[in-house]
Design a binder for this molecule. Structure first.
Ligand code: ATP
Length: 266
């Protein structure tokens, strides 16, 4: 069976098709806060990268720059071979936040198809795509349900479905599972890895404060320093995908958790 790109990269192969490139990128906010300094990073197509670092080290700022929501004040960056703003215009980047931001009065099918409605996609196509992504996240029987009838984990699934509806090449996830209980969180980690495995070329960048989560999900873990945020170390997790529950109890897993935790304490 052919090795997937993430496996090759975590095994140390060279990135053939860079999807995101940051070259000495810095961000100083207008109030003088130096949020990010000298960030250099190349992300290959199909990778799953987790970002860990203390609160306020600039993780969200890096994501906002990659998404074209705020511009770097230093350095150069490209996303999908163009500027982040341009990549966002082509609907190739999707965002998932911890706060699911669902419309409370809209049924799930309307919530997940909102990005298509805003683009004027015809109803038939919208519904087909909505059903496709709700099925991907295990909610195909809930199309006509309102968000308030769902648990926190289910709301997060809807939020992921809404992000997937545009078939993004790049999925940015900012602490998506931070508010969930441990069991739900682990279930969603497995589901997310399953979706990513199926989508093959989709690249996922994921912020978490949880070192266990970072190791379980990643092909590489990006460790950041306290403010001003710098990329301190990039740790490849050389365990093949698909990863199952048994990975969590392996000696190899604890070793990676130890390595990332030690890097965070530098
Ligand atoms: N719009 C803004 N204007 C000024 N300072 C900002 C702005 N947004 C963020 N900051 C500051 O920049 C620094 C980095 O913030 P950022 O949100 O990127 O960090 P983070 O690592 O994502 O934090 P957390 O883990 O707490 O979410 C922080 O000191 C924050 O207060």
């Amino acid at each position: 069976m052919a090795m997937r790109m993430a496996d090759m990269l975590s095994a140390g192969a060279e990135i053939v098709r860079p999807l995101v490139e940051l070259n000495n990128v810095g961000k100083v906010y207008p109030n003088g806060t130096v949020a990010v300094q000298n960030a250099t990073l190349t992300v290959g197509e199909g990778e799953f990268l987790c970002f860990v670092g203390p609160s306020g080290c600039g993780k969200s700022t890096i994501f906002n720059m990659i998404a074209g929501l705020t511009a770097p004040t230093e350095g150069h960056m490209t996303v999908l071979g163009t500027t982040p703003k341009e990549a966002r215009k082509h609907n190739e980047i999707a965002f998932v936040f911890q706060d699911h931001t669902l419309l409370p009065w809209s049924k799930l099918i309307d919530n997940v198809t909102l990005p298509l409605s805003l683009r004027g996609v015809p109803k038939k196509e919208r519904i087909e795509e909505g059903e496709r992504v709700l099925e991907l996240v295990g909610l195909k029987d809930y199309t006509r349900v309102l968000p308030r009838q769902l648990s926190g984990g289910m709301k997060m699934r809807v939020s992921i479905a809404r992000a997937l509806i545009s078939r993004p090449k790049l999925l940015l996830m900012d602490e998506p599972f931070g508010a969930l209980d441990e069991i739900t969180r682990q279930t969603l980690q497995n589901e997310l890895l399953g979706i990513w495995e199926r989508e093959k070329s989709m690249t996922v960048l994921f912020i978490t404060h949880n070192v266990f989560e970072a190791v379980y999900l990643s092909s590489r873990v990006v460790v950041m320093t306290p403010r001003p945020g710098k990329i301190d170390e990039i740790i490849p997790v050389r365990a093949p995908f698909p990863r199952g529950e048994d990975f969590r109890s392996k000696h190899e897993f604890s070793e990676y958790v130890g390595t990332v935790s030690a890097a965070l304490k530098h």
